[in-house]
Design a protein around this ligand. Structure first.
Ligand code: EPU
Length: 440
C-alpha cells in the first residue's frame, strides 16, 4: 500500500457510511480480556491498525486470537498468558501507547510487566507519569532499565485511594484495569468519565468486577479475586463520526452516518448546530449536511468529557475556515495540537495561533510557551497543496481540507490515517470523492 494520496477537491460528499466500534474503547477492552480466566468476544471491532497492534501484543503474551475482520468480531483466549520477549514487545508496540495499559493485567497474571519506549501521535509530550504514580499507589515497584521500564509487585497489588491531578483518560483506565483484581477497595477521584470509559466499566462489570461511578468524577472499585471472559459490542466511534460530519460540511455535502449515536456526541452536535450545520438524528444514525447558507463562527474550548473533545478539534477547525467571521479555538487537553494549522494556512486558510488562553477559562498551558489557542478568520477559499500528515486526527483534517479545496492536493504519509479510520478509502469512494494513490 502506498502512502501518497491525491485528492481532487470540490466534489460534494454525498451518501452513507457506517461507523463501527470506537478505537479508544476497543483497544482497552482487548487489554481487559487479559484479566479473564476464560475467552472474551468483542464485536463491532473496526478494521484499523491500532486493533492489529493490540492483537499482536496480546499474541506475543500468549493470548490466542481469532479475528473475523469483515464481521468485526475478535475472540481472545487468555488461558495461556506468558511472558513476552522485550524485543518482541518493542517491535510490536513501537507506534502505540497501549502497552502502558498492559501493566495492571500483566502484574496480576504474571507478577511483572515491561514497557518499551511509547509511541502514539506527536501532539504534545504525552508523558506517562500519572500511569507510573497510579501503579505505585497499588504497591507496584517501577524500575527504569535501559530497554524501558520494568514493573513488579513483590507484595501483590492492593486497593488504594488515588486522586488524579488531571482527569486523564489513560490514567483512569490504568486504575480500572489494575483495581478490579487488586485486594480491597480503590477510590479514584477526579477520574475521566468519557463514554468510552463507561463502556470499559461495562466490559469489566460483565467480567465480574464491582465498579461504581459517582456523578462527582469519583469511581469506586471493589477488588475481586477472579474475573471471567466477556461478550460485548463496542460503543460506536464518535470521533470518526464527527470527522466525517465535518467533511460533509466542508464539501457542502450530506452524509448519513449509520450507527452514529446522539448521546455520546451531544456536545459535538450542539457545536455543529451553532455553526449552522444541518443534522437529522434518527435511531439508526445521524445525517449531517451543509444547510446551503453561510456557516457561522464560534468560540469553542476543548475539554474532558462532557466538554468538547480534543479529538474533534482538528476536523472542526477545517470546517471553521468556511464559517463567516472570527472563530476562537482554545485547546486545553494537549499543549501542542494546533501545529497542523500551518498546512491549512498554506492552503489559503487564515488561522493564527497564540500562547494565551483565548476564549473561556485559563488552562494548564496558559502563560507557558505553548501555542494552544487559534483564531480562525473565514470564510476562506482553500487551494490544493502538497502536505504531509502530522498525526492521526490532523491527517484526517488535511484530507477534509483537500476534499474542500480547489485543485488536486497531494497528501503524504496517508497510511497514518489507517491507525484510526477504518476503510476510509472505501468510504471516500462511497461518498463520491475523487482520489488516487501513488507517486504519480
Ligand atoms: N498526561 C500527563 N501524564 C500522564 C498521562 C497524561 O501529563 O501520565 C496528560 C497528557 O499529556 C494530556 C492530558 O494528560 O495533556 C490528557 O491525556 P490523557 O491521558 O487523557 O490521554 P490518553 O489516554 O493518552 C486518550 C486517547 C486520545 C485522546 C485523549 C483525550 C486513546 C488510545 N487515546 O489518550 O486519542 O485524545 O485520551 O481524550 O484512548 C486519538 O484518538 O487520536 C487520540 C490521541
Amino acid at each position: 500500500m502506498t502512502s501518497t494520496f491525491h485528492v481532487r477537491g470540490g466534489r460534494r460528499l454525498d451518501g452513507e457510511i457506517t461507523v463501527r466500534g470506537a478505537k479508544n474503547l476497543v483497544s482497552k477492552a482487548m487489554v481487559a480480556a487479559l484479566l479473564g480466566e476464560g475467552p472474551s468476544t468483542l464485536r463491532s471491532v473496526p478494521d484499523i491498525r491500532d486493533v492489529q497492534i493490540v492483537s499482536e501484543l496480546l499474541s506475543i503474551h500468549g493470548v490466542k486470537i481469532e479475528r473475523d475482520v469483515d464481521a468485526g468480531v475478535i475472540r481472545m483466549d487468555p488461558s495461556a498468558v506468558e511472558r513476552a520477549h522485550v524485543a518482541d514487545i518493542d517491535a510490536h508496540a513501537g507506534s502505540s501507547r497501549i502497552p502502558i495499559l498492559f501493566c495492571g493485567p500483566l502484574l496480576h497474571r504474571l507478577g511483572e510487566a515491561i514497557i518499551p519506549d511509547l509511541g502514539g501521535c506527536r501532539i504534545g509530550d504525552r508523558p506517562i507519569n500519572y500511569h507510573l504514580d497510579v501503579l505505585r499507589s497499588f504497591g507496584a515497584v517501577v524500575d527504569k532499565r535501559e530497554f524501558g521500564i520494568y514493573i513488579t509487585a513483590p507484595s501483590g497489588l492492593r486497593g488504594a485511594k488515588i486522586h488524579l491531578e488531571y482527569p486523564s483518560v489513560g490514567a483512569t483506565e490504568q486504575v480500572l484495569l489494575t483495581a478490579v483484581r487488586a485486594k480491597g477497595i480503590t477510590e479514584l477521584s477526579n477520574a475521566a468519565v468519557e463514554p468510552e470509559i463507561e463502556d470499559l466499566i461495562a466490559v469489566l462489570q460483565k467480567m465480574g468486577a464491582i465498579i461504581s461511578l459517582q456523578t462527582d468524577r469519583t469511581i469506586t472499585i471493589e477488588g475481586v479475586p477472579h474475573l471471567s471472559g466477556y461478550e460485548h459490542v463496542a460503543i460506536p466511534d464518535r470521533i470518526e463520526a464527527a470527522s466525517w460530519a465535518c467533511a460533509a460540511l466542508v464539501t457542502q455535502g450530506s452524509v448519513f452516518i449509520r450507527d452514529a449515536q446522539q448521546k455520546p456526541m451531544s456536545t459535538f452536535l450542539n457545536t455543529f448546530r451553532k455553526i449552522g450545520g444541518g443534522m437529522e438524528i434518527t435511531d439508526d444514525g445521524i445525517r449531517f449536511f451543509h444547510p446551503g447558507t453561510e456557516l457561522r463562527s464560534i468560540a469553542v474550548e476543548t475539554d474532558v468529557h462532557p466538554g468538547f473533545m480534543t479529538d474533534w478539534q482538528q476536523p472542526l477547525v477545517v470546517a471553521l475556515t468556511q464559517a463567516g467571521g472570527i472563530s476562537i479555538v482554545h485547546e486545553t487537553v494537549y499543549e501542542n495540537r494546533l501545529g497542523f494549522t500551518d498546512a491549512l494556512n498554506e492552503m489559503g486558510a487564515q488561522i493564527q495561533v497564540y500562547r494565551e488562553c483565548l476564549g473561556g477559562s485559563s488552562c494548564r498551558f496558559g502563560r507557558r510557551n505553548f501555542n494552544h489557542s487559534a483564531v480562525v478568520s473565514g470564510p476562506t477559499t482553500l487551494r490544493a497543496a502538497d502536505i504531509t500528515v502530522p498525526d492521526l486526527r490532523g491527517g484526517f483534517s488535511y484530507l477534509i481540507a483537500a476534499l474542500g479545496a480547489e485543485g488536486v492536493s497531494t497528501i503524504r504519509g496517508i497510511d497514518l490515517i489507517d491507525r484510526g479510520y477504518e476503510l476510509f478509502r472505501e468510504k471516500l469512494t462511497a461518498l463520491g470523492a475523487e482520489y488516487w494513490e501513488g507517486d504519480a
